[in-house]
Design a protein around this ligand. Structure first.
Ligand SMILES: [Zn+2]
Length: 451
C-alpha cells in the first residue's frame, strides 16, 4: 500500500487529502497542517481471527464505584465522583485556571486516601510546589513529577500504580515512536491513545489537560475528544471571577452538567448556589433586564439577561452578543419585526448574560425577547418576575421542559411571578403567580402595551 500523507485541522481534527487555507469543518484559517499517517491498518485480512465471547444484556454487576473528591461541584460534573480506569479530558483556554483546579482536585482526592500523581510537562516541579503553597495544599500526599517523555511517564505510572494520574498538559507529551513535534496532531493523538489504553489496562483513572488553541501548529483538545470517556471544559472570562466546569460528554453521567467556581486568592472556591451568585450583583430594576430561569444539566440556574438598544449611526447596525447564540438572537429580532411589527433596523443591539455564563437553551428565547423589548420601549420588567419559553418562527410560544423545577428555583430565590408559554405543564402550587402566553404578540401587548 502506498503511504499517503494526510492533512489535519489542528483545532477540530477534520482530515483532508489536500492542504487548504480554511477548514470547512470549523471555519478556522491556517489551521490545517500536514501529518504523517498514524497507522496504515492491518497488513492483510486473509488470516481468520478468533471468535469473541458474547453475552446477553442482563447484568449482575454493580455500577462502578466512584471516588468522591469532596469538591461537590467537581464530583457533580464527573457524574457523582471519579470512576476508576476512566479517561477524562479537561479543556480550556490557557491561563483560565485548569492547573489550579486540578492541583486542588489532586490534593482533595489524596486527602481522601486516593493515590494521586500530578505530572507537569508545562512547569518545573518548583513552580507547581509554589502554586501548592499559595493554595495551602502542601500537606496533601500528591506525588509530583515534571516530565514530557511519555515512555518514562508510563514506566513510572506502571511502577507506582496510582488511582489517579493527572497529565498537564497533553500537548507537551511526546512519544519517541512518533516522528512529529510535541503538540502536533499525531503526537497529541498518539500520547492520548497510549494514556487512555494504559488507564483501561491498569485500572488507573487519568485526567488529561488540553489547552484550547485558536490556530497554528498546536493541536487542540478536540482532536482527542473521541478517545476519552468524559470531556469537561473549563470556561469563564478572565476579567470575571466565575469559572464554569461543563461536561460536554460523559459516559458515566449526564452531559451538560455544570459546576460553578469562584476564583479567589486561595484558589477556586465552589459555588453551591449559582443562581444566588449570578443574581447577587443585580442592579436596581432597569429597562433592558430580564431574569431567565434556565436548566443547566440537572439543576435550575437563574441568570439575568441584559440588553441595550440605541440608535445607530452605522449602515448595518451593531449586533453584539455575549453568552448567547448570536444566530438565535437574530432569529428573535426577525420574529419581533415580522410577527409583532417591532423593527430593530437602525438600532444597535447589545446583549449579555450577566456573570459570564453561556446560555445555550432555546428556553431563553422569551427572556431575550423580554430584555430586548424592555430596552427598546424603555419599560422595566417587574424585578420579581422570571421568564422562559421557546419562540417559534410563527411567533408562537412553545412550552419547555422542567417547568416545575424552573418555577421552584425562582420561588426559592424570592421571585413572585413568572411569564411562561401557554400549555406549560404546571402541577402543584409553586408559590408564584404564573401568566401563560400563547404567542409573542400577546406577550408584547401584556407587558409593553400595544408595542
Ligand atoms: Zn477545523
Amino acid at each position: 500500500m502506498k503511504q499517503t500523507t494526510s492533512f489535519t485541522c489542528t483545532v477540530c481534527g477534520a482530515a483532508y487529502r489536500k492542504w487548504a487555507g480554511k477548514c470547512d469543518a470549523c471555519g478556522g484559517w491556517n489551521t490545517i497542517v500536514e501529518e504523517a499517517p498514524l497507522s496504515t491498518g492491518p497488513k492483510s485480512l486473509g488470516a481468520k481471527g478468533r471468535p469473541i465471547p458474547l453475552s446477553d444484556l442482563a447484568t449482575e454487576e454493580a455500577p462502578p464505584p466512584r471516588a468522591s473528591s469532596g469538591i461537590a461541584e467537581l464530583d457533580r460534573v464527573l457524574g457523582g465522583g471519579l470512576v476508576p480506569a476512566s479517561a477524562i479530558l479537561v479543556g480550556g483556554d490557557p491561563g483560565i485556571g485548569k492547573s489550579t483546579l486540578l492541583l486542588q482536585a489532586a490534593a482533595s482526592f489524596a486527602r481522601k486516601g486516593l493515590k494521586c500523581l500530578y505530572i507537569s510537562g508545562e512547569e518545573a516541579s518548583a513552580q507547581v510546589r509554589m502554586r501548592a503553597q499559595r493554595l495551602g495544599l502542601t500537606d496533601a500526599p500528591v506525588g509530583l513529577g515534571a516530565e514530557t517523555n511519555l515512555r518514562d511517564i508510563l514506566t513510572t505510572l506502571d511502577a507506582e500504580r496510582p488511582a489517579l494520574a493527572i497529565i498537564d498538559s497533553i500537548q507537551t507529551m511526546w512519544l519517541d515512536s512518533v516522528e512529529a513535534a510535541p503538540g502536533s496532531v499525531s503526537q497529541v493523538r498518539a500520547a492520548a491513545h497510549e494514556l487512555v489504553s494504559f488507564a483501561k489496562r491498569r485500572g488507573v483513572a487519568v485526567i488529561l489537560v488540553g489547552h484550547v488553541t485558536k490556530e497554528g501548529q498546536i493541536a487542540g483538545p478536540r482532536v482527542v475528544e473521541h478517545m476519552v470517556d468524559t470531556v469537561l471544559y473549563f470556561e469563564g472570562e478572565r476579567g470575571h471571577q466565575f469559572r464554569i466546569l461543563r461536561a460536554v460528554k460523559n459516559r458515566f453521567g449526564p452531559a451538560d452538567e455544570i459546576g460553578v467556581f469562584e476564583m479567589t486568592g486561595g484558589g477556586l472556591a465552589e459555588v453551591p448556589n449559582p443562581s444566588a451568585l449570578f443574581l447577587a450583583n443585580r442592579d436596581q430594576p432597569a429597562p433592558g433586564s430580564a431574569v431567565f430561569s434556565g436548566i443547566e444539566g440537572t439543576r435550575p440556574v437563574l441568570t439575568e439577561i441584559q440588553a441595550l438598544v440605541a440608535p445607530s449611526t452605522l449602515a448595518s447596525p451593531r449586533r453584539t452578543v455575549v453568552g448567547l447564540d448570536s444566530g438565535r438572537v437574530s432569529t428573535i429580532l426577525a420574529v419581533l419585526e415580522a410577527r409583532c411589527g417591532i423593527p430593530f433596523a437602525g438600532l444597535d443591539v447589545f446583549l449579555n448574560v450577566a456573570g459570564g455564563l453561556r446560555v445555550n437553551e432555546p428556553a431563553a428565547d422569551l427572556a431575550v425577547a423580554g430584555a430586548l423589548l424592555s430596552a427598546r420601549e424603555d419599560v422595566a420588567i417587574p424585578p420579581d418576575m422570571v421568564l422562559f419559553g421557546e419562540i417559534s418562527l410563527s411567533g408562537a410560544l412553545r412550552p419547555v421542559g422542567q417547568t416545575e423545577n424552573r418555577l421552584k428555583e425562582a420561588s426559592k430565590l424570592g421571585f413572585s411571578q413568572a411569564t411562561v408559554p401557554s400549555r406549560s405543564k404546571i402541577e402543584g402550587a409553586s408559590g408564584l403567580t404564573v401568566r401563560q402566553m400563547p404567542d409573542l404578540t400577546a406577550f408584547v401587548g401584556e407587558m409593553f402595551g400595544a408595542g
